[in-house]
Design a protein around this ligand. Structure first.
Ligand SMILES: *Cc1c(COP(=O)(O)O)cnc(C)c1O
Length: 448
């Protein structure tokens, strides 16, 4: 590695410019604060607006009668796919003991792990993009109108129409699950390209629903490439691009509106004296990015979002820090992108997300796999909630914010330290309720 070059610069030069790269290459845990955070922007560098989030929310509401019919588990919520926000005082206590520091304020978890349909945060973005596509096709080829009761989309006429179309996606697992399950429910032909690391039970579940699963021996990026190529050859094929999809992003962004109401229901105030700090596991960036975009548009400078990545896959951190976004990958620096957090095993970040949010992400921290397992066991023991390893990454944030030098400096410089007793922190629990029990037992044992 020593003498090699990355984008025409020697590794030694990269390290001189960004000393943190040394730590990243050694897969040490880091807490990086974004130097651009909060800088004002002259003009928007992108075309996504609050209006787009409202449209996405309205589209999900139009589909609610269909979702309720196709997925009876959503009856309680009238076809709205949403997850609980809950205080986790026992976990907060355990985290304080673990780091030997008080974690001040309130600690909540947002349990996207328990979202209906696919049990992960992808039930927001992935599902939304499939619905978007279905509506576009149906309004073009039938007389479906936005004011109709969309439960009619379960009828054979619509299924026969959707059957003519193929949805293609490359996925490490959960995105494929969400798109496969929703796509199949509408009648689409769905092809999911998966990397070898993708869990067998996810492949099995998809195949049981009639989804075509193509396995690739190379990694995720190559799985995505294969999907894109396949879709290009067919005008009735639609490729869902995890790395740069607006629709996925908007599906995730709707979460913020729902969260706003849940905070009110829990009597949690967010204002200048009561900041909100959110810790989000990050893979390619769409999930945490969409949520951050939505939260920033509601709570402005009173919310601070940190992204969490595995020490072996610090893709977003590298992209933001160097400003090179999708032009740079962890593998360029010999970082192997091998992690138990399969939902976060991404070497190259989304350029769309990095550019939209380069001034809105407060920072990125990294977590070792052993810590993910430890946190998994702690949360199971203290709150009786079982998550997949990826979903635990955010739970490392409240500790690191207090325990690392850069975390504390961030709090001081932003005048947040004194406000922490009145602050609320949310750890976004991004997945896990669909993991088979035998798999979950193995995860738990790793934590022991
Ligand atoms: C996909 C995923 C994430 C991260 O979402 P990205 O859009 O890839 O950044 C986090 N946790 C879980 C469990 C996931 O499946």
């Amino acid at each position: 590695m020593k003498n090699s070059t990355v984008l025409e610069k020697k590794i030694e030069e990269w390290k001189a410019e960004f000393p943190l790269i040394e730590d990243l290459m050694s897969t040490r845990e880091v807490f990086w604060v974004n130097p651009l955070y909060g800088n004002k922007q002259e003009e928007s560098l992108h075309s996504i607006t609050e209006k787009d989030i409202q449209d996405a929310e309205a589209r999900l509401a139009r589909f609610a009668p269909f979702i309720m019919k196709a997925f009876p588990e959503t009856e309680q919520s009238n076809g709205i796919i949403e997850s609980p926000l809950a205080f986790i005082p026992n976990m907060q206590q355990k985290l304080s003991e673990l780091c030997g520091l008080n974690i001040p304020g309130k600690l909540c978890a947002k349990f996207d792990s328990h979202l209906p349909i696919s049990g992960s945060i992808k039930a927001r973005g992935g599902v939304y993009e499939v619905l978007y596509l279905a509506e576009a096709i149906a309004t073009k080829h039938t007389n479906l109108s936005w004011t109709d009761d969309y439960s009619i989309l379960k009828n054979d006429d619509f299924r026969n129409l959707f059957q003519e179309y193929t949805i293609v996606v490359g996925s490490t697992g959960n995105l494929g699950l969400s798109i496969g399950i929703m796509g199949a429910a509408l009648g689409f032909r769905v092809v999911v390209h998966m990397s070898v690391e993708a869990k067998q039970w996810k492949k099995d579940m998809l195949r049981s629903k009639g989804v075509i699963v193509v396995e690739h021996t190379a990694d995720y990026s190559q799985a995505v490439e294969a999907g894109r190529k396949e879709a290009e050859q067919d005008s009735k094929s639609y490729f869902i691009d995890d790395e740069s999809s607006r629709h996925l992003f908007l599906g995730y962004a709707v979460a913020a509106k729902r969260l706003q109401q849940q905070l009110i229901n829990l009597n949690i105030v967010v204002d200048e004296e009561h900041p909100l700090i959110v810790h989000l596991p990050c893979g390619v960036g769409g999930g945490p990015g969409g949520v951050t975009f939505g939260l920033k548009s509601i709570f402005k400078e009173n919310v601070h979002c940190f992204f969490a990545e595995p020490t072996h896959s610090p893709a977003m951190l590298l992209g933001l820090m160097t400003g090179l976004h999708e032009k740079i990958a962890v593998q360029d620096f010999g970082i192997d992108n091998r992690t138990a957090a399969d939902g976060l095993a991404v070497g190259r970040p989304s350029g769309l997300v990095g550019r939209i949010l380069e001034r809105d992400i407060a920072g990125v921290f990294t977590v070792q796999d052993e810590h993910l397992y430890l946190l998994l066991k702690m949360l199971a023991d203290s709150e009786n909630k079982f998550l997949e390893p990826s979903a635990l990454a955010g739970f490392f944030g409240p500790m690191q914010l207090m325990a690392t030098k850069s975390g504390r400096r961030f709090l001081k410089e932003r005048n947040l330290l004194d406000k922490m007793p009145g602050a609320t922190q949310i750890t976004w629990a991004t997945g896990g309720s669909m993991v088979p029990k035998t798999e979950m037992d193995k995860f738990y044992q790793q934590g022991v």
